[in-house]
Structures are given as structure tokens and as C-alpha cells.
Ligand binder design. Sequence first.
Ligand code: SF4
Length: 243
Amino acid sequence: MVKVHSYETFATQDGPGIRLVFFLQGCQFRCQYCQNPDTLPLNAGTEMSADEILEIANKEKEYFWETGGITFSGGEPLLQAKNLKEVIKKLKENNFHTCIDTNGWIRNEDVKECLELVDHVLPDIKQMNPVKHKNLTGNDNQLSLSFVKTLDEMRKDYRIRYVVVPGITDQEEDIQKLGEFLQALPNFQRIELLPYHNLWVSKRKKLGIPYPLEGTHASTASELENVKKILEKYVGEKVMIRG
Ligand code: SF4
């Protein structure tokens, strides 16, 4: 059983193709821009078995075509790695393409098994500067960065995601550090730059969660382009902006 906050059909931003996305409960980060603050507590949500998830996937599969499939996001799905690996196993036995969206902070044998099973991984890098990372998420970035290196060593199919928050994650020196980090990954394929949205202020207020980024504007096209241009100096065309 995994604890599920909710699921979304026809998602196009969370892995290859058209996807069914399950948002799992629990996260050990507290990102200032978190869009899903109601997924953060682990002891919440609805318990779902591998068979129940398979049943939903079977209903949606005609829309996956050849490239789509099922993504586990959150929250932090690898917080439930022990049970998640059974779900992924079941989906793989039924020929579904699977994907995990993760902050890459948890290491244990169950996580290792999940990574061996899953087809595609979306690791987030939040900030290269460790002090700014701690301020932004509440944790340091060493484990998340070494997680990306592990995926690369495993030759896993992965795409890094990076949220461009004006004044917080788009400073030139931090983007240069990110470029150097990507350049040193032998099997790196792509980084997706995601715009920061401030649509979640009211959701957080309703939940009584403080919003430290109140007043920060949504990323503009030129701010995203600027980050893209810096990264292209390091990794060429492997940078894309997600809508
Ligand atoms: S890692 Fe993701 S789910 Fe967790 S706090 Fe950050 S944005 Fe929210």
C-alpha cells in the first residue's frame, strides 16, 4: 500500500508523453515555493494497493500511446520506497512505462531497488549553493547532487528539473555552478527549466502555511531565456524551457 494524496490524468509535464500522475504523501523538504503543501505530511492521504493503481492505469492506458505511462510524484515518492517498489514491479509486469519525480534525498536499499526497476527519473536540483539550498528547502543539497551522479553512473534514463525563481535560483554564479555540474556528468541528457508560478499563495494561506516568497513575481520568459543561455555555454542544446 502507498499513501496517495491524489492522481491526475492527461498530464504532459511530468515525464515522457501523456501520463497518469500519482501524488504520494510525505516529504522531508519544505521548499518555499512548494505547489503541493498538502502532500507534505506522511500520515495523510488514501492508502492504495498495487492492484488498485494497476486498475486505474489500465483504464487510462489508451491515452499513453507509445511514450506515456505512470509517474509518481508528490510529496517525495521515495519516502515510500518500500511499498512503491511493489507498485512499480506490478506496473512493469503489465508493460507500463514508469517514472519517479524526486528530490533525490533518500538513500536506502528500497530506493536502490526502485531505481533499478523504474524506466525514467526526474531528479530535481533546487539550488547549487548549499547555503541558499538550505534556506530554500530546509535541507542541504549534497545528497540530492550525489543522487544525480548515481543516476548518471547507472546510465539511467533521466531528466533534471530546475525551477527558476526570480532572485532566488537564477543568479549567474549559481547557474554557472549548475552548468559545471552538468558538464561533468558523462551521460547527462537534458535539463528542463520550469517557471516559478505564484498561483499557490492562496492555497498555502488556506492551509495556514506561511509563504516566504510572497511578493516574488512569476518567472518571465526573458528570465528563463537568460538561465537557458548561461547553461547552453556548458551543455549546448540539452537545455529546454518547460511551459
Ligand atoms: S521537494 Fe517537492 S514536494 Fe517536497 S517540499 Fe519541495 S517542492 Fe514540495
